[in-house]
Design a protein around this ligand. Sequence first.
Ligand code: ZN
Length: 492
Amino acid sequence: MNPEWEVVIGLEIHTQLATKTKIFCGCPAGAPEGKSVADLGPNANTCPVCTGQPGALPVLNRQVVEYAMKAGLALDCEIRRENVFSRKNYFYPDLPKGYQISQFDLPICEKGHVDIEYKFGGKEHTKRIGVTRIHMEEDAGKNLHMDEFSLVNLNRACVPLIEIVSEPDMRSAEEAGAYMRTVHAIVTAIGVTDGNMQEGNFRCDANVSVMPKGSTKFGTRAEIKNVNSFRFVEKAIEFEVDRQIALIQSGGRVVQETRLWDSAKGQTFSMRSKEEAHDYRYFPEPDLIPVHVDEKWLEKVKASMPELPTQKKARYVTEFGLSGYDAGVLTSSSSLAIFFEETLSLLGGAAKGLAKSVSNHVAGEISRLLNEEMIDITAAKLSPRHLAEIVKLQAGNSISSTNAKTVIGLVWKNGGVVEKIIETEGLAQVSDTGALEKAVEGVIAANPGQVAEYRAGKDKLLGFFVGQSMKASGGKANPTLLQEIVKKKLSS
Ligand SMILES: [Zn+2]
């Protein structure tokens, strides 16, 4: 980043809550079990309430309030005991009522924070990012623009969302990416959302501005709307920062506007000038009474909170002796943590001793493959059963750590049975002393000069002999055993 400028970023994250029904009516909030929302017919999930028919009245879904409270507790927020829904008025065809029911000045959660950790410039950084508020609201429908007319699909209208608004505490694209990843890990771990980013169930708006280094007055900000990938949010912010700095340096002025990210072109472009809050004429929703959260209800929700990623991470460090970094990778998504723990449970009594090995594979090769293919571990061919078997064979010296990685790669591609793959690919490790001695003897006989040097005190040559002998074994020798034999043969 440009050293003369300071970047200021705040994120608004919209998360669809994983309730069965919509926020103000009994319509299903998503697709039936085993189906995708893409399979739903247009306007299949609609009724007089979510299509905004005159006289239809909203009824608040209690589950939505509980999920919002859970998110607030997980992000260390205060829960407002009396919170109020408001009307946000604007006209757009995907909003049949002419207003969105949201929360304005009295949201359900306030004053929270999230601790982020990220690697940048080869170093690990930690930072606390403030959460200004979390409020509940309904989603709008979707417009589909044809050549001469437009279509409206209201399946999404009235689907429950929470909006998590951060303080403008982030100072780089990396911090924004780390914040978004951390919030995603938290809200999916507590089960309030499926976090599916392809379907738009977890997306963010990034407010970005720049100011000269040392200044305390924020610059004019642009809002980048609806970014639904961690990588895109980082790229969009980097582009936007460069654009704003270049604009100011060439004598121009940043205007307050809403911009969109074009991932194909790798740039943001202007969509419309940004509205101010007063443009929406907010007022309290007269069809809903204020939400009253009493002590009993709050205690019940608190008691239902599962282990949070930060707690899980601390537990992995103390219980299994993992590094903070590895434990962080394992708890970055709840599905990865479940994969890790299922593998351990399959290892039974040996789990504690092998946890480090399991963690090395999950945080190493498996994470690399997941990132490369941008999939979730639940979609992979590799199962906890496969990994448990690989780790067991590695611990028993039947395969080397290098070949364990190779087996993971092969199962990843084609699935299959671990033992069979090792056999057909010839990946088993040789621990047969007789065979290894033969290989070492061959290497010693072929390199009399180096043998003499070693015996004269050049200890460094040990690595040479081990390497040559490993080569002679076709890379299959048990390395500890091989080293022992090389030492023995050279000193005899
Ligand atoms: Zn409905």
